[in-house]
Design a protein around this ligand. Structure first.
Ligand code: SAM
Length: 414
């Protein structure tokens, strides 16, 4: 097999150390405070970020996450008095983050329910497919519920209601939340059939009340951790491949999208529609997700990358592989120019056609060429985030060998 070796390609021996982040830092639990309010796919557990900031940051340092998802990096940065900036393609980042850092308020739930019941305003998502996701009885009910939500002023009560309403609206839909993307299943159809036989409006209010209480409790717990008022900037709905970082940052911490997944916008779709986002906009966002979009090639300074690329025969798999690295490393190569101290890159081992790809090693080799000193890779074998997993990988039809371990690659500016 012949392969072209680019000038400057490097190969670096991995320095691996096993760790259990959950046990390495004192932190109440993965869902404590506001960390578990919304099930964002592949969310960081708070321990990972707390571990990094406790060991590597000083209060005056600024932290940056260009693929921030739920925004855990920002929520923990406040606990260490670090300024921060978060970006994500998913517009939910902005809303979820605002809720996660809210100050406690008191809420009169019965008053809200009274207003909700007497509300006559309606809101229907800009989505012809909505009828596929709800039985007709639920559509008219939820259009009034969301009519009430959208009639509220942009205040704290509205924020407190957001996650509970999203969750309950999903529970009443045909979506099977255990699946990777929005999809109906026999399990979810059964759930809806059962609901229709109950006093489902009563069930709706019971669930909503318990979810509101969960948010209120989480917010109180978060404030008990003594977050600091720091400077922060959130860019939600932006493409990190094109976005410019205006100011230098000390530390970049991120977990980029996975090699075989394009689930975030699709997974968030139902929520985005209820929140009022337009179908055309959501489609545009979906097209920007890595790794299925068209992307300009970049030089990747890694022998390991070339070796694995050489093992893939199918043209379309090769394309996904290349686009993934061009996309993620393209964005990070540009952004690292403005990072002054450390890169923390949290990646799993993905597999392509049954071959496990050492993404962490490829990242290490590439950044070593760009002026970063490789410190270590911390390997957490307890899968600490909620990852989507299939018994059979839908792309290859083989048993799933995707992300089983998670590696934190640490690189220091030379
Ligand atoms: C592994 S997740 C990050 C999860 C995050 N660490 C957390 O704690 O929730 C990767 C993120 O990359 C985002 N993403 C994918 N393509 C993107 C793009 N072109 N620009 C910005 N973000 C993108 C996805 O929306 C997703 O939130």
């Amino acid at each position: 097999m012949s392969r072209r070796i680019r000038e400057g390609e490097v190969e670096i021996q991995s320095k691996l150390k096993e760790i259990q982040f959950r046990k390495s830092i004192r932190f109440p639990s993965t869902t404590h405070a506001t960390f578990g309010l919304y099930r964002y796919p592949a969310k960081f557990i708070p321990h990972v970020i707390a571990y990094i900031l406790s060991k590597y940051s000083k209060p005056e340092m600024s932290i940056f996450d260009p693929f921030a998802g739920y925004g855990t990096v920002g929520v923990i940065s406040r606990l260490y008095a670090n300024d921060y900036e978060l970006w994500d393609l998913n517009p939910l980042l902005g809303i979820l983050h605002r809720i996660s850092i809210m100050k406690p308020i008191s809420v009169e739930i019965n008053g809200i329910f009274k207003d909700l019941i007497s509300n006559r305003k309606e809101f229907l998502p800009d989505w012809p497919r909505i009828e596929y996701w709800y039985p007709s009885q639920f559509i008219s009910f939820f259009s009034q519920v969301w009519g009430y939500y959208h009639s509220l002023p942009e205040n704290e009560i509205k924020m407190i209601l957001t996650i509970p309403l999203l969750k309950v609206s999903r529970y009443f839909s045909f979506d099977d939340s255990q699946r990777q993307k929005l999809s109906r299943s026999s399990r979810s159809i059964k759930r809806i059939e059962n609901l229709l036989e109950l006093d489902w409006k009563k069930k709706f209010y019971e669930l909503l009340e318990s979810e509101i209480n969960r948010v209120l409790k989480g917010i109180v717990e978060y404030q008990r951790l003594f977050p600091c008022d720091v400077k922060f900037n959130i860019l939600a709905g932006v493409d990190s491949l094109k976005q410019e970082l205006k100011e230098e940052k000390d530390i970049l911490i991120t977990s980029p999208p996975y090699l075989q997944s394009q689930e975030y916008i699709r997974q968030a779709k139902l929520d985005l529609f209820w929140l009022g986002y337009k179908e055309e906009y959501i489609k545009q966002l979906s097209k920007l997700e890595i790794p299925y979009r068209d992307i300009d090639p970049i030089d990747i300074y890694s022998k390991t990358y070339e070796q694995y690329l050489g093992q893939i025969n199918e043209v379309h798999i090769k394309k996904v592989f290349q686009r993934y690295f061009w996309g993620v490393l393209g964005a990070l190569t540009r952004l690292q120019e403005k990072i002054t101290s450390y890169l923390f890159l949290f990646v799993g081992h993905a597999s392509s056609r049954g071959i496990s790809i050492p993404i962490d090693k490829i990242f290490v080799e590439h950044f070593s060429k760009l002026g970063w000193r490789y410190e270590i890779t911390l390997v957490d074998k307890i899968v600490s985030r909620r990852l989507f997993s299939y018994k059979i990988n839908p792309a290859s039809g083989r048993p799933d060998a995707r992300t089983k371990v998670e590696n934190l690659v640490i690189l220091k500016r030379r």
